[in-house]
Design a protein around this ligand. Structure first.
Ligand SMILES: NCc1[nH]cc(CCC(=O)O)c1CC(=O)O
Length: 314
């Protein structure tokens, strides 16, 4: 290109410690790519307060609504106040507003949830009737299904305040995504990874999504160099599943996909009731992520997932 002027890409983010940390990590990677490919780009952070941040003290699942953590950020992008947005993939609704797209899925980190306990106890040897704090119906459903004796209680806030509540609110354990802990450098606080057989993660957990405008070809080129095709494929399968079941965060829903050396994807999806009495799980294999996501969703619908979804929505 003959254009020798350096463009400054404005990167929008929430302002929680985790959001700022992961956005900083993304900008470092994009700067490296820009230098390696001689793209002459520089980057600047713009913090944006979302509705989800303003209601952190309320049980999110009661407030409901999809995309509580992304709407204001997407509007800023449509208004060209920012050029890209770094999201936790699991906070991104399945459908993006027209004019916007997911430009990159960087290499996913571990998708599993983990348990933080005071004495380093594991899930198996938590005392009978132990009180577990979690913000997520998906976690509550699966843990209660495995251990009906446990008391699941809702806990809100950023990850640092949730860890503090272990002491201040007398929980025996709290459950968090290991991805958030590892990005913050706090993995040593975890007592145990919860195996996916026990607790299927949230759709997209452990992955980031880098959103951009469809018509911004310069940014799209940059992001295509940052995209990890393997992470993109598995996340695509999980998100197609989510889209088919039209799930928000008001229902226990989860999905986890892995891919082998031959490119075969294995996708497990769950839908359940918040009290854990009901937990439906299906696993399928395939090579087309979208078809696979639809297939697992259809298998669950056949077993009654539709009814659970309708009931919870009321
Ligand atoms: N729901 C909030 C949220 N959104 C993204 C993460 C971090 C994990 C990730 O990036 O997948 C968390 C914290 C958590 O669930 O413990």
């Amino acid at each position: 290109m003959s254009n020798t002027k350096k463009r400054t890409i404005i990167v929008g983010t929430r302002q929680s410690a985790l959001a700022l940390t992961q956005t900083g990590q993304v900008i470092e990677a994009l700067e490296r790519i820009s230098n390696d490919y001689g793209l002459r780009l520089s980057f600047e952070i713009r913090k944006i307060v979302t509705k989800g941040d303003q209601i952190l003290d309320v049980t999110l699942s009661k407030v409901g609504g999809k995309g509580l953590f992304v709407k204001e950020i997407e509007q800023a992008m449509l208004d060209k106040e920012i050029d890209i947005a770094v999201h936790s993939m699991k906070d991104m609704p399945y459908e993006l507003p027209s004019g916007l797209m997911n430009g990159a899925v960087p290499t996913r980190v571990d998708a599993r949830d983990c348990l933080i306990t005071k004495q380093g106890l594991t899930f198996e040897n938590l005392p009978k009737g132990a009180r577990i704090g979690t913000s997520s119906l998906r976690r509550a459903c699966q843990l209660k299904h495995a251990r009906p004796d446990l008391q699941l209680e809702s806990i809100r806030g950023n990850i640092d305040s949730r860890i503090r509540k272990l002491d201040t609110e007398g929980f025996d354990a709290v459950v968090l995504a290991s991805a958030g802990l590892s990005r913050m450098g706090w993995l040593d606080k975890a007592s145990e990874y919860l195996p996916v057989e026990l607790c299927v993660p949230a759709v997209g957990q452990g992955a980031l999504g880098i959103e951009c405008r469809e018509d911004d070809l310069e940014v799209r080129h940059l992001l295509s160099l940052y995209n990890d095709p393997v992470s993109e494929r598995v996340v695509r399968a999980e998100r197609r599943f989510l889209g088919a079941l039209n799930g928000g965060c008001q229902i226990p829903i989860g999905a986890y996909a892995v891919v082998n050396d031959q490119g075969v994807i294995t996708l497990t999806g769950i839908v359940g009731s918040p009290d854990g009495d009901l937990l439906l799980k299906e696993t399928r294999e395939g090579t087309d992520p979208e078809a696979l996501g639809l297939e697992v969703a259809a298998a669950l619908s056949e077993r009654g997932a539709d009814r659970i979804l309708a009931e919870v929505r009321g």
